[in-house]
Design a protein around this ligand. Structure first.
Ligand code: KIV
Length: 277
């Protein structure tokens, strides 16, 4: 379980918001399991997001629409167990907050019980009243604007958002509504750098960009994308810091070779009666 509010370095919601005023960049990554969360936390990542991108990178689903509360709560519990310092944010899955504010409260509460310290919801003005209710009840909310993958069918794909002047005005208006409703930060996904910087400049709360240029107050990436877990060319906005698909494929093939050829296990990796244990 994450140790919310303990430790001098603990990233809390108010501390995260203060980073913006101090001009300190916020570093966020997704995680879905205990070992990854532990590595991220020990590396000093500020926000560990249990993203519903788990649908894509853990379950191999084509969209995030099919992942549900049970899976997301399960991943949140695993991540929270591995985190001591970072702020743990859980993504609320499709239809867990859109039907009514009461359902949103009940579902957000399940994430907090599983160890999350905040939840993330996609959408602007349409969810502002739900955000207000959650925040009133003590549940911190991170917003998510721009490309909102749960609306993939309305958007017609995973395209760059806020390209026209009208869309840019709507993005800014939605960001202001979310800030007024009490969001403590907003993810801006796949929007041009210029409107993202404009939104960032207009808000007192931090923006966290993914494919939104360098003008945001922080950055987030999907862990599996930045670690190169998949043998596919990365999206334009992803920088790969490792090629884990290669490393893992090589390791697994080497192991298979060793077992088949009898090189593993060898004497050193076996127990023997003459060793006395
Ligand atoms: O689900 C997720 O990983 C996200 C990030 C892309 C921000 O929402």
């Amino acid at each position: 379980m994450s140790k919310a509010g303990t430790g001098p370095d603990k990233v809390t919601v108010p501390r995260l918001v203060r980073k913006k005023a101090r001009g300190e960049k916020i570093v966020a990554l997704t995680a879905y399991d205990y070992p990854s969360a532990r590595i991220l936390d020990r590396a000093g990542i500020d926000v560990v997001l249990v993203g519903d991108s788990a649908a894509n990178v853990v379950y191999g689903m084509a969209t995030t629409l099919a992942i549900g509360m049970e899976e997301m709560v399960y991943h949140t519990r695993a991540v929270a167990t591995g985190v001591e310092r970072a702020l743990v944010v859980a993504d609320m899955p499709f239809l867990s907050y859109q039907v009514s504010a009461a359902e949103a409260v009940a579902n957000a509460g399940r994430f907090l019980k599983a160890g999350a310290e905040a939840v993330k919801l996609e959408g602007g003005a349409a969810i502002a009243e739900t955000v207000r209710r959650l925040v009133e009840l003590g549940i911190p909310v991170m917003g998510h604007l721009g490309l909102t993958p749960q609306s993939v069918h309305r958007l017609g794909g995973y395209r760059l958002q806020a390209r026209t002047a009208e869309e840019q005005e709507r993005l800014l208006a939605d960001a202001r509504r979310l800030e007024e409703a009490g969001c403590f930060s907003i993810v801006l996904e796949k929007v041009p750098a210029e409107p993202a910087a404009r939104v960032t400049g207009a808000l007192a709360i931090p923006t966290i960009g993914i494919g939104a240029g360098p003008g945001c107050d922080g950055q987030v990436l999907v862990l599996h994308d930045m670690l190169g877990m998949f043998d596919e060319p990365p999206f334009k906005f992803v920088r790969r810091y490792a090629e884990l698909h290669e490393t893992m494929s090589r390791a697994v093939a080497e192991y298979a070779d060793d077992v088949r050829s009898g090189r593993f296990p060898d004497r050193d990796h076996s127990f023997h009666l003459d060793e006395g244990r």
